[in-house]
Design a protein around this ligand. Structure first.
Ligand SMILES: [Fe+2]
Ligand SMILES: [Fe+2]
Ligand SMILES: [Fe+2]
Length: 415
């Protein structure tokens, strides 16, 4: 299986959020970089530093699920809500559990954390307040202007009350922000993040047995943004694996196919929820925003060392054999078997499941739609035949995967 570093994968996912709006570009990365710097000043150990950096990279992920207005990054009235949604999205994964607790309180005033500490460890609450402060530093830097007015920000923060931010957090910020290096690192858009943040964190591979599990977990973050897509990636992944098996691909490739299926719509993190939820056909401009998810997929997966291999399979699911697909208009001369399988799995799942503007199609209709797409040169006839010849098996496996995903979604929504 592929070797993937936790930092690279989370950084990739966090960068997908940047595409939603130019006003958020780089926000997560800057907050994470600032957090890494202040972690050194605070003398945090590598585990605490790592959890804080991960929280920085993902802290506003809940806002992208709520479709809040992102301009200005203040989310005014929705501070509590996006923090809570982010926490719920992240808390189930052991590698992100502590980061999720920091996300939960990344807008909670320090005094409230003192008065009602709840079940979360004191140290974690303090780190959530540090995250809160680093978020504030970036917002004070004025979104859009990428050169910070350093003295202005320092003086604003030094005047903040200790009701909002812990005295130790403010002191550490005043200390670290004296150094031009603190700001230079935040402003550095080019260097790989690992180079900027140095060695203070725990740089770990995602354990081999956990990578699939991790990709499945992220498929939920992608899908749960809309009830209409809530189970899509699970259906696609399961179908693609079945087809890969039937097509004689090795077990290793079947595992890679599952990974690609789980992540194939990662670019949809950059599509506003209102489009995912739209109960009618999309307008041309909206459609091109939607189509953009295939390019975002490439940018994201190719940026994660270890996932380059699956990025073609995952991100070419809208390419068509006749060259009429997107994003590149590739054709039968350059689409691999894996990419063709994922394209069939995606179409089959999409037409079989309910969508905002229509119900899922019954099997007969599914057959005829797939047939006509083969006739017009959109999909690979051999792969579609494999699906047709094994329809009952594949359909039941897909349904099972999607109904399991649906119960997970309901559990997510109900808490
Ligand atoms: Fe936030
Ligand atoms: Fe933020
Ligand atoms: Fe897609």
């Amino acid at each position: 299986m592929e070797n993937v570093y936790l930092l690279d994968l989370i950084h990739g996912i966090s960068s997908a959020l940047d595409y939603v709006s130019t006003s958020v570009t780089g926000h997560h990365r800057r907050v994470a970089v600032a957090s890494a710097s202040i972690a050194t000043t605070l003398g945090l150990d590598s585990d605490n530093t790592t959890d804080l950096i991960m929280a920085g990279l993902l802290h506003d992920i809940g806002a992208f699920s709520l479709d809040l207005k992102l301009d200005g990054l203040d989310f005014d009235a929705d501070l509590t809500e996006h923090s809570l949604v982010g926490y719920r999205l992240l808390r189930e994964h052991p590698l992100l559990h502590r980061s999720s607790q920091m996300v939960l309180h990344h807008h909670t005033p320090w005094q409230d954390l003192q008065d009602n500490p709840g079940e979360i460890a004191k140290e974690t609450l303090f780190l959530s307040n540090v995250l809160n402060l680093m978020d504030r530093v970036d917002i004070l830097g004025k979104v859009g202007i990428k050169v910070f007015d350093r003295e202005h920000i320092r003086s604003a923060i030094s005047n903040y009350s200790h009701v909002l931010y812990a005295e130790d957090a403010i002191d550490a910020f005043m200390e670290v922000s004296k150094e031009p290096m603190f700001w230079d690192r935040m402003e550095d858009k080019e260097s790989p993040m690992r180079e900027i943040i140095g060695t203070g964190f725990h740089d770990q591979y995602i354990p081999q047995d956990q990578l699939l599990d991790f990709s499945r977990f992220f498929s939920q973050i992608i899908d749960f943004r809309s009830r209409h897509t809530a189970t899509h990636s699970q259906g696609v992944a399961e179908t693609a694996v079945q087809l890969a098996k039937l097509a004689g691909m090795s077990e290793r490739d079947q595992r890679r196919m599952r990974l690609a299926g789980n992540l194939h719509d990662i670019g949809k993190l950059a599509v506003p929820v209102r489009l995912l939820d739209k109960p009618a056909k999309l307008e041309p401009e909206e459609y091109s925003t939607m189509q953009n998810h295939a390019s975002v997929c490439e940018n994201v997966l190719r940026s994660v060392p270890g996932l380059e291999n699956i990025s073609d399979w995952a991100c070419q699911h809208h390419e068509r054999l006749n060259g009429k697909g997107y994003p590149h208009g590739l054709d039968e001369t350059n689409l691999s078997k894996g990419s063709r399988i994922l394209a069939v799995a995606d179409v089959y799942t999409a037409i079989s499941e309910d969508r905002p503007y229509r119900d899922g199609m019954p099997p007969k209709k599914v057959h005829s739609v797939l047939d006509s797409m083969v006739d017009s040169g959109y999909l690979d006839g051999n792969i579609v035949n494999l699906l047709m010849d094994n329809f009952e098996l594949i359909d039941s496996v897909r349904l099972m995967a999607q109904s399991r995903a649906l119960s997970e979604f309901k559990r997510f929504r109900s808490k």
